[in-house]
Design a protein around this ligand. Structure first.
Ligand code: DX5
Ligand code: ZN
Length: 214
């Protein structure tokens, strides 16, 4: 089954509870954390995750776009994250491994994220320890960007490795997912689709979420 993870980056932060309720038919709630260093933007952090946790039972899929995430993963777990993903580009291999371990030790699901220029191979050292691999289909930092179709060979390669080495690992995509591009990523092996603008800009959000399932 295809899962949809609406990104609250496209929500109205002054009406966050309302906007979370609007996407209640989806599977995960995607939370984009940015530090202004790893990406050229600053979004939300720990206190917001804590508050969001109180108003929804949806699994929180926390995407950390921060430098050296190993410093913060435990705190995001304690704040209520169900899934925490860290970028492989954000620290050494050793620290990324450590971050995944810390997330697991909190009883949460852990994953790695690859930026567009990062090859599929970069996920391999971590695959056995991942519950999820996230392939960026835009440069991280901002919502509303154009989908990068040239990420599809990477997605297919990761689907192949996941199927043969870690079949219960989920394969997620993030960036530019709409009713058209959802079909492309599903055909190339993704099973979790993050969508910000295309969900929140829709006239009928439940219909849009259904449409994105392909
Ligand atoms: C970008 C974020 C995305 C973003 C996606 O750095 O990781 O989750 O919210 O937004 P759309 O769906 O508008 O491309
Ligand atoms: Zn994201």
């Amino acid at each position: 089954m295809i899962k949809i993870a609406p990104s609250i980056l496209a929500a109205d932060f002054a009406n966050l509870e309302r906007d979370i309720f609007r996407v209640r038919d989806a599977d995960y709630l995607h939370v984009d954390v940015m530090d202004g260093l790893f990406v050229p933007n600053i979004s939300i952090g720990l206190p917001v995750v804590e508050s969001v946790r109180k108003v929804t039972a949806m699994p929180l899929d926390v995407h950390l776009m921060i430098d050296r995430p190993v410093r913060y993963v435990e705190r995001f777990c304690k704040a209520g994250a169900d899934i925490v993903t860290v970028h492989v580009e954000a620290d050494s291999e050793e620290n990324t491994r450590k971050a995944l371990e810390l997330i697991h030790s909190q009883g949460r699901r852990a994953g790695v994220v690859l930026k567009p220029k990062t090859p599929a191979e970069a996920a391999l050292p971590f695959l056995e320890r991942c519950d999820l691999v996230l392939v960026m289909t835009v440069e991280p930092g901002f919502g509303g960007q154009r989908f990068m179709e040239d990420m599809m060979p990477k997605l297919r390669q990761l689907r192949e490795w996941i199927d043969s080495r870690k079949p219960d690992c989920e394969l997620e995509v993030d960036g530019g997912i709409d009713p058209l591009t959802c079909k492309t990523v599903i055909a190339n092996g993704a099973n979790v689709l993050v969508a910000g603008s295309s969900v929140y800009k829709a006239d009928n959000i439940p219909d849009r979420i259904r449409e994105l399932r392909g």
